[in-house]
Design a binder for this molecule. Structure first.
Ligand code: HSE
Length: 439
């Protein structure tokens, strides 16, 4: 039987899961590919760290050159994350004729073009199913099984940490910081979860999804993003009152005037399947012109779900199937005119706005005047009369009250100007919290 030698770089959480599957379930892999797939080398900069797996000493190295110089290794699995040294290691592996498998969405979002071009030049492939939504097989499905479609939209929950935090705030009524602490305690959030909660992780994944589904090469830094940091427990109460849940959504939508891309906290109707995706789960709702809507849900992070995607890529690489996915990427450029990305200011959508406003005559008139001047139509308004005072005669109350407004579809550029103007009004206190609204 033929033997395929594989090297693993990075023996962290996911790396340990991959090493475990490769050693414990070697038979499954052999059955799937008809070759013996052997973990030949494992490279990590800190070999002394305690891990719940024991690997033979001769397999371990802290010197990446030993992998590069070994001609018997044909596949390199990169699981160290981050940009450098991951970029250099992946580039040099490709240049040395080794196929690469990676879960590193930041690397692909930042240096994808360079890496794919290098792989193509050297006749090897990069497989990256684990980079987006961990265990959910979304990239391969978009690139192969759903290939006959022109995609219309993707609405996705791609960050498990922020979804856990939002679920916690909604279900337990906790404030944002307590929910972050709980996510840390349960191991869902990193010690520093900034990139998860500020939408960075989500726009990087969206850039990869948009590349596969819509053929656009977009710099993730140009995709508008809003994180979940400003969301408060009260927003969930108002959302419930209106019949919605709050989710951090990554959206790619094809319109007559271009591709809309953004990541933002969004009110999702309780009847929408995305509204029922809770805790650390991810989900992707794709609509294609032939297939209609398709819904995927699963764990987007964690050792074994991510390792499952990496091993799927390993099997696909051995069988030459990643070459098909790769070809699909090339075909975009050769045969189809990738849709242009729309100017974010031209994107139209509904919004939910929460502001703190003085409770006195004329305030609503002033606020609605700002919307009117920017051509934005108000759809609904909530102000709970009892928030500041017991029942009784009206008196001007200095303490501001929460005022909730939802709008009809409005141009993004107009909405941003209106919010700036509203925040400058004397009757509006502090920052306005804005949440998108998906019907
Ligand atoms: N940190 C990510 C999440 C998983 O919370 O979903 C890795 O992409």
């Amino acid at each position: 039987m033929n033997t395929v030698n594989v090297a693993l770089i990075g023996l962290g959480t996911i790396g340990t899961g991959v090493a475990r599957i490769l050693s414990e379930y070697a038979d499954r892999i052999t059955d799937a590919v008809g070759s013996r797939v052997v973990l030949a080398k494992v490279c990590d900069k800190d070999l002394s760290r305690e891990r719940d797996i024991t690997l033979p000493a001769e397999m371990l190295t802290d010197d990446f050159e030993r992998i590069l110089d070994d001609p018997s290794i044909s596949i390199v699995i990169e699981l160290i994350g981050g940009l450098e040294p991951a970029r250099t290691m992946v580039l040099r592996s490709l240049q040395n004729g080794k196929n690469v498998i990676t879960a590193n969405k930041a690397l692909l979002a930042q240096h994808g073009a360079e890496l794919f071009d290098t792989a193509k030049k050297h006749g090897v492939t990069i497989a990256f199913e684990a980079a987006v939504c961990g265990g959910i097989p979304i990239l391969g499905t978009l690139a192969t099984s759903l290939q006959a479609n022109r995609f219309q939209s993707i609405h996705a929950i791609v960050n498990g940490t922020s979804n856990f935090i939002l679920s916690q705030m909604d279900e337990a009524g906790t404030n944002y910081q307590d929910a972050v602490n709980e996510a840390r305690r349960l191991g869902f959030a990193e010690a520093d979860p900034t990139m998860d909660v500020d939408g960075t992780d989500a726009v990087q994944k969206l850039a990869i999804l948009a590349r596969i589904a819509f053929g656009v090469r977009v710099d993730w830094k140009t995709i508008p993003r809003t994180g979940i940091e400003a969301i408060e427990a009260i927003d969930f109460r108002y959302a419930r009152e209106l019949g919605y849940k709050i989710k951090l959504l990554a959206v790619a939508a094809s319109t007559a005037t271009g591709l809309e891309l953004h990541v933002s906290p969004t009110l999702v109707r309780e009847t929408n399947p995305l509204a029922r995706v809770d805790n650390a789960f991810n989900a992707v709702r794709v609509t294609g012109d032939c297939v209609g809507p398709v819904f995927f849900q699963g764990l987007g992070a964690g050792r074994m779900p991510t390792a499952s995607a990496v091993l799927g890529d390993l099997i696909a690489t051995v069988l030459g199937r990643t070459a098909i996915t790769f070809k699909a990427l090339e075909l975009w450029e050769e045969n189809r005119n990738g849709i242009a990305v729309k100017d974010p200011r031209e994107v139209r959508g509904k919004s939910f706005l929460r502001m703190r406003a003085v409770d006195k005559p004329g305030v609503l008139h002033e606020i609605s005047g700002v919307f009117g001047r920017h051509g934005i139509s108000i759809a609904s308004m909530i102000q709970h009369a009892g928030e500041n005072r017991a029942t009784g005669e009206h008196q001007e109350v200095k303490t501001p009250v929460s005022l909730i407004l939802t709008t009809h579809d409005a141009r993004e550029g107009d909405m941003r100007h209106a919010i700036d103007e509203l925040e400058r009004l004397d009757c509006v206190y502090g920052k306005i919290v804005r949440i998108g609204l998906l019907d």
